[in-house]
Write a protein that binds this ligand. Sequence first.
Ligand SMILES: *[C@@H]1O[C@H](CO)[C@@H](O)[C@H](O)[C@H]1NC(C)=O
Ligand SMILES: *[C@@H]1O[C@H](CO)[C@@H](O)[C@H](O)[C@H]1NC(C)=O
Ligand SMILES: *[C@@H]1O[C@H](CO)[C@@H](O)[C@H](O)[C@H]1NC(C)=O
Ligand SMILES: *[C@@H]1O[C@H](CO)[C@@H](O)[C@H](O)[C@H]1NC(C)=O
Ligand SMILES: *[C@@H]1O[C@H](CO)[C@@H](O)[C@H](O)[C@H]1NC(C)=O
Ligand SMILES: *[C@@H]1O[C@H](CO)[C@@H](O)[C@H](O)[C@H]1NC(C)=O
Ligand SMILES: *[C@@H]1O[C@H](CO)[C@@H](O)[C@H](O)[C@H]1NC(C)=O
Length: 293
Amino acid sequence: MKYHHLVLLCVALISIFCTKSAYSKVTVLNKSGDPVKTTVHFTVKKSLQLKCESDETGNVVWEKGGKSVETLNELKGRFELKDNKTVFTINNLKDSDVGNYTCAVYSNGNKISEYTVSLHTATSSKWGVRVSKNSNVVEGEKLTIKCEIRGELTLSWFYKNTTSGDNYTTLPGENGRVKLKDYYDEERKVNVTGGLLIIDEVDMGDRGEYICIGKSADGQMFNMTSTVRIKDKYAALWPFLGICAEVFVLCAIIFIYEKKRNKTELEESDTDQSPEQKNTPDHGKESNLRHRQ
Ligand SMILES: *[C@@H]1O[C@H](CO)[C@@H](O)[C@H](O)[C@H]1NC(C)=O
Ligand SMILES: *[C@@H]1O[C@H](CO)[C@@H](O)[C@H](O)[C@H]1NC(C)=O
Ligand SMILES: *[C@@H]1O[C@H](CO)[C@@H](O)[C@H](O)[C@H]1NC(C)=O
Ligand SMILES: *[C@@H]1O[C@H](CO)[C@@H](O)[C@H](O)[C@H]1NC(C)=O
Ligand SMILES: *[C@@H]1O[C@H](CO)[C@@H](O)[C@H](O)[C@H]1NC(C)=O
Ligand SMILES: *[C@@H]1O[C@H](CO)[C@@H](O)[C@H](O)[C@H]1NC(C)=O
Ligand SMILES: *[C@@H]1O[C@H](CO)[C@@H](O)[C@H](O)[C@H]1NC(C)=O
């Protein structure tokens, strides 16, 4: 009787020891050389492949919330198991696929090793990255483009010079004019690394397309382009000067017209004057004034 208990205890201890020391991990297959992660972000409607690696040989069972994925209705017809079930593929990913997935290795009905990854949606909305479509800046002023993100994305920026027609170049370039900065997203409470593109003093050569590219851990790419237009420093001045010129021309026309009219009126009043009026210059002046009005 006592021996029986001791054997059980030993088995229990050994199994606990083995479970703890057993090597196993889950890798995301789509991205080669991906470091082992416990969190994976996926994109709705895409596929994701997870691979279970274990130094233990046995039956591999993929579980979600403690239940084998093979028994889950929510995954029915959307998943595949390959290579002795070590490779688990979920197709047509849905928001409901968020959760903890465990690759468990069983031997003789005992779980000898397990590894859990947590799946999150890379994008909780239709877009992954977002910048304003157009950025208009006045020459010599500061250009700031903010790249908003949804999900956990690593950002990079590219520039296409529309003046020269050159290919995309990586930003920041070598000349140090373009700076990338981090910003804090109040709403989602995360720091967005390299989410701000800043050029302190833009010149005409900076016009072009600025692309923010976001990459998720599972290799999904998102991009959006902001077209930057640089306005002439004096652009605002031209309409003003135009109005001034217009006013000046109008004044000149009125002035010349008035001068001309006065002249003809004076001539007219000189010839129109009746003999009485000639005798009384005061009246003549009055009628002249009336005429002018
Ligand atoms: C991951 O790999 C599977 C199988 O090769 C493929 O169908 C799927 O589109 C890939 N997913 C991504 C996000 O590249
Ligand atoms: C596949 O799994 C079975 C146990 O389920 C095992 O006997 C067999 O060796 C495994 N094959 C490979 C290639 O790992
Ligand atoms: C997944 O596991 C983590 C850590 O154990 C836990 O915080 C989280 O709530 C789990 N998620 C779900 C959907 O069960
Ligand atoms: C742009 O890049 C492509 C391929 O990388 C190359 O074929 C093409 O010649 C390049 N164009 C210019 C203008 O450099
Ligand atoms: C964001 O970065 C700032 C400064 O680098 C740091 O103080 C803050 O704790 C970070 N916030 C989060 C949520 O990581
Ligand atoms: C874009 O091309 C024009 C013409 O070659 C050049 O003058 C300008 O400096 C370029 N802009 C940048 C930001 O390199
Ligand atoms: C941006 O995304 C579109 C659509 O996904 C793709 O066709 C295009 O090549 C991407 N552009 C860059 C510069 O990665």
